[in-house]
Design a protein around this ligand. Structure first.
Ligand code: PLP
Length: 401
């Protein structure tokens, strides 16, 4: 049983929840979700029980859908990823995980005896998906900066010669934004005579960065991948988690089935599917256009570089990969991890300079790290005095960074 609450009290609860989110957005630096968007013109669509059940490219009896908009989003992504619209297919997912699931599901249906190769820096979703799909797998070592170790991959391919290879290629790892060397992966497959292979690109964040940079690493259909998963709520930004998966049309038949109940083809992982998030994605893509995203991403790099300079000005190490907005540095105190909602792994932490992250926030954040270090040092005597460095940075250098 549960009791109803009077409307004024219910509104108070809603207000306090809203304040909680407003406060927390002020210190949201560690995760790759763009918080800068305004979808108010779309709120009217929340008045309908919309549902994108079925294949977005096949008409359905359930017409309260946004399939037409979804197809436009897919078409934009086909362009961004060098996919030929005649040979590729896709749909809007609930996020990067579902797109990874889709890619690996297709791969397993094509190569039931295949082995999945993924690096130790691969997102945890992949390991879970492999368990769900019950596929054999081997984990490949990663370099200290997070890329797949190609020598180790080569050795593993030698050990498993004769079995099809299902490659998960990281296009921006979760912790350091590293991009696995797709050209070297393909060379390694060729060197070992492995002709039966499938390459899935996990491009959760960087899939919406690389199309807008001058010199992108190899990552897309242009470089021979078979499927790509991108998160929509990451660089595009959305209040509802979402994503896009693209795959080669010729492979979809491996999982597609006709469903009389909805009068459509069942080609997606879920049955009922979110019909609002494709409209958010479409709206933001159309509102900003290619040039808008290009300039937004350039601004993000600018803030990343500013953050690195700030860290260095205080005497701390910080770095980022080429074409990445993930700034990696040494894990700070637990209190700062909590306050700034930082992602951490072992001794490493990162911030991600998404479009809502300003230089002003970076100044505040790095200063707090320096102050915190200083407090810790005050407890045990040490060589350097960061507080002195702190004063000089704040007065002389910040404005010139
Ligand atoms: C590299 C990578 N892949 C996949 C995912 C999963 O994406 P989602 O949270 O959209 O399911 C993430 C999430 O952070 C990620 O960083």
């Amino acid at each position: 049983m549960f009791e109803s609450i009077e409307l004024p009290k219910l509104n108070d609860h809603i207000k306090s929840l809203h304040h909680f989110f407003e406060d927390n957005m002020e210190s949201f630096l560690g995760y790759p979700c763009n918080g800068k968007f305004d979808y108010r013109p779309l709120y009217q669509f929340l008045d309908y029980p919309l549902n994108n059940v079925g294949d977005p490219f096949v008409s359905s009896n359930f017409t309260l859908n946004t399939h037409a908009v979804e197809r436009e989003v897919i078409n934009i992504f086909q362009n961004l990823t060098g996919a030929d619209p005649k040979d590729t297919w896709g749909y809007c997912t609930n996020g990067g995980t579902e797109g990874n699931m889709y890619g690996l599901f297709l791969a397993r249906e094509i190569y039931p005896k295949g082995i999945v190769y993924f690096s130790e820096e691969t997102h945890y979703s992949v390991n879970k998906i492999i368990k769900c799909l019950n596929i054999d797998c081997v984990q490949v070592k990663a370099t200290s900066k997070g890329e797949m170790d190609i020598n180790h991959l080569n050795n593993l391919l030698i050990e498993n010669k004769g079995r099809p290879a299902i490659m998960v290629c990281n296009v921006g790892t979760t912790m350091t934004g590293a991009i696995d060397d797709l050209d070297e992966i393909k060379k390694s497959l060729k060197r070992n005579g492995i002709n039966q292979f499938y390459i899935h690109a996990d491009a959760a964040l960087s899939g919406m960065i690389l199309p807008f940079v001058k010199n992108p690493q190899a990552w897309s259909f242009r470089s021979g991948v078979d499927s790509i998963s991108v998160s929509g709520h990451k660089m595009i930004g959305s209040p509802i988690p979402c994503g896009i998966v693209l795959a080669k049309s010729k492979n979809i038949g491996h999982i597609s089935q006709d469903v009389e109940y909805v009068g459509s083809k069942d080609t997606t992982i879920p049955g009922s599917r979110n019909a609002i998030s494709p409209v958010f994605l479409w709206y933001q893509l159309k509102k900003l256009g290619f040039k808008g995203f290009q300039s937004m991403i350039k601004d993000c790099f600018d803030v990343s570089d500013f953050a690195i300079k700030m860290f260095k000005a205080y005497g701390f190490e910080a770095w980022r990969h080429n074409n990445s907005v993930t700034v990696v540095f040494k894990r700070p105190s637990h209190a700062l991890i909590k306050k700034w909602q930082l992602a951490v792994k072992g001794e490493t932490a990162h911030i991600i300079t998404m479009p809502h992250v300003t230089k002003k926030k970076i100044v505040q954040f790095v200063k707090e790290i320096a102050e915190d270090k200083e407090r810790q040092k005050a407890k045990k005597p040490a060589k350097k005095n960061h507080l002195r460095a702190l004063k000089s940075v704040s007065s002389k250098q910040v404005s010139s960074l």
